[in-house]
Design a protein. Sequence first.
Length: 672
Amino acid sequence: MTELLKISLPDGSVREMEPGSTPADVAAAIGPGLAKAAIAARVDGELRDINRPFEGDAELALVTTRDEADALELARHDYAHVLAEAVQSLFPGTQITFGPATDDGFYYDVKAPDSRDPFGMDDLPAIEEEMRRIIEADKPLTREVWSRQQLIDKWEADGEVFKAEWARELPEGEELTVYRSGEDWLDMCRGPHLASTGKLDPRAFKLTRVAGAYWRGDQRNPQLTRIYGTGWLNKKQLDAHLHRMEEAAKRDHRKLGREMDLFHLQEEAQGSVFWHPKGYRIWRELEAYMRRKMDKAGYREIKTPQLMDIRQWEQSGHWGKYAENMFAVPDIVPEVDEGDAGAIPKVASDADWMAIKPMNCPAHVLVFKQGITSYRDLPIRLGEMGCCHRNEPHGALHGIMRVRQFTQDDAHIFCTENQVVDEVRAFCKLVDEVYSDFGFDYQVKLALRPDNRFGSEEMWDKAEQELRDAVEAAGMANDEFGWEELPGEGAFYAPKLEWHLTDAIGRTWQVGTIQGDRVLPERLDASYVGEDGERHRPVMLHRAIFGTFERFIGVLIEHYAGRLPVWLSPVQAVVATIVSDADKYAKEAAAKLEAEGIRVEADLRNEKINYKVREHSVAKVPHLLVVGNREAEEGTVAVRTLGEQHQKVMSLDEAIAMLKREATPPDLRDQA
C-alpha cells in the first residue's frame, strides 16, 4: 500500500494526500470556495505553482489574492511573460531575453527583428491588445524540467542567440525549468506562475514606456529595447496607481524646482546642484532648524576636511569596500606636459593619493582621538553639516534625490557599552520630534547583518539586540510604527535602524538612520580611559535625521507639492497692487512685514491682478496680499492664501500677526 503524504496546514490540521497530489488538490479537498480562490502555495515556506506536485510531507499555506504581496509578484511575473509572447506573436523574429517583476509592474528586454526599427511608444497599443487576447485565451502555464543541452538546442534552433548564450553558461546537472504558455510558446524561467493566463485581469495592466538597455547591462553588448508596464490584481488597483503616478508627475521636484526657481542641474557639474537664492533659503532654514535641535540635544558641532590620505580610508576599511564610489586625486602633480591646448598636468607614478570623503565617520574618529578621553566625558556627541562626494553612475543620478555632492546632517555619538540603549532611545525621541514637525508619518525598520561584513558574530549579536532594546524602550517596536526586521540589509560594519517616511501620496522614503558600530573604533584605534584606568573601545553611533539636505528638500517639495509650510517658504508673502495709485501703500506694507522678519516681496508691475495671482501661485507663494485704493485708505489687505478659493480682508496689523505665527519654525513656537 502506498504511503500517504502528510500535509500540515496553518491551522494545525494535517491532510493526508495521495502521492503526486498538488496544493490545488488540497484546496479542492477543503472546499470549492478555496479551490477557486487559491492561486499559488507556499510549500515549506517556498512560493510555488498551485499545480506543482508535492515531493513529500510538507507544510502548506495556500495563497489567495488576499495575500497581496505574493499575488502581485506572481501576477507581474505572468504579465512579463505575456508581454514577451505578445511581442513575438506580433513581430516574428523578435528575440527575447529576460523580464522580471518590479516594485510596481514588470518589464521585458527584447531585440526587434533586423527588418524593423527598435520598438517605440507607438507600438505599445498593439502590444497591449495582443496581451489582452492572450490573457482572455486562458492558456495554461505549465512547468517543465529540461536539461541544459535541451535548452541550448531549443534556443539555437529558434535563433534566440541571447537565450542560447545564457543557457550555455548554466551549470551542468542543475534542475532547469521552462514554462509553457498553451501549446507552443515557452520561456526559460524558475517560476512560480499562476495556473493560466486567464488568472490575470486583462484590464489591470498598462504598458508605460520604452527605453534602451544593453544585453547583460554591458554597453559593449548589443542594444535591446526594454518595454515597461505596470500590473495589478484588478482595474481598481491599476486606476489608483495611475492616479498616484499622475499626482507624482505633478509633484516632481525637478519640475517644481524650475517653476519655483529653486535650483538647477547641468552637464558641467554632473550630479551636483546649483542652488538659487530661493532654494538656498529653504536649505538655510532647515540647517538652522537642525542646528537648534542638535544644540538642544547636546551635540557639539565640528567641521572636518574634504580630502584625506588614501591610507586613512584603507585603515577604516572604506577603501576596500567602497573605492569604486570614491573620488581620488593625486597629492602632487610634479610633471607638466605642453600640449596643443597648453599645459597638461601629468600624475607622477610615485604620487601620493588623497580621497574626497564619501562620508564623515573617519574624520570624526580623528577628532575624538585628540587628547585623552575619560569615561566621565562620555557620551560625546559630534555633529557636522558635512559635505561629501560619491561617484554615483550617471544613470543612477536623479534630480536632487540622488546626487554626487551632498551634505548630511551627520553626527556620531561616542559612548560606553552601557550608554548605547539610552543614547539610541534619546535619538528615537529626537527623530519623532523632527518628523512630526514636518508632518510625516513613518515606519521603523532594523537592518540586520549582511553576508559581507566586519566583526565577530558575538559583536553583531550584541549590536543588533541593543537597537531592538532601544526601540522597545522608545515604544516603537510595534505595528503602529511599522516595526520590521530586514535580514541582510545592514552596513558592512554595523546594523542600523532606518526611518521610512510616508509622503502625502503614500510613497515611502528611507531617510533617517542610526547605526551601532564597534568596527570603526577598533580599526582606527579610538579609546577612552575607563573607571579601572585601562583603555576601552567606545561604541560609535552613526546617525542622521534628514539624511542629506538635497534629498530631504526633494522629498519635502514632492510631499507638499511645492506648497511648503510658511516657515520654510523662500518668499512668505507678496504684496501686489491692483492699481499704481496703491504703490506707496504697498511699499509701506512690505516694509512693515520685512521689519517683523517676514520674507516679503512687493509686486508693483503694471500687470493685471489676475496675471500676478497666477504667476505667484505657480511660484507657490503662500500668501498674496492684494492692495488697491480702498485698502490703502482703510489700512487693510485682501489676503489670498495659496490653495484657498476665497480671499480674506483684514487689517495690515492682523495680517502681520498671522504671518508671524505661521513663519515661526515649529521648534520655536512655544517661545514665540
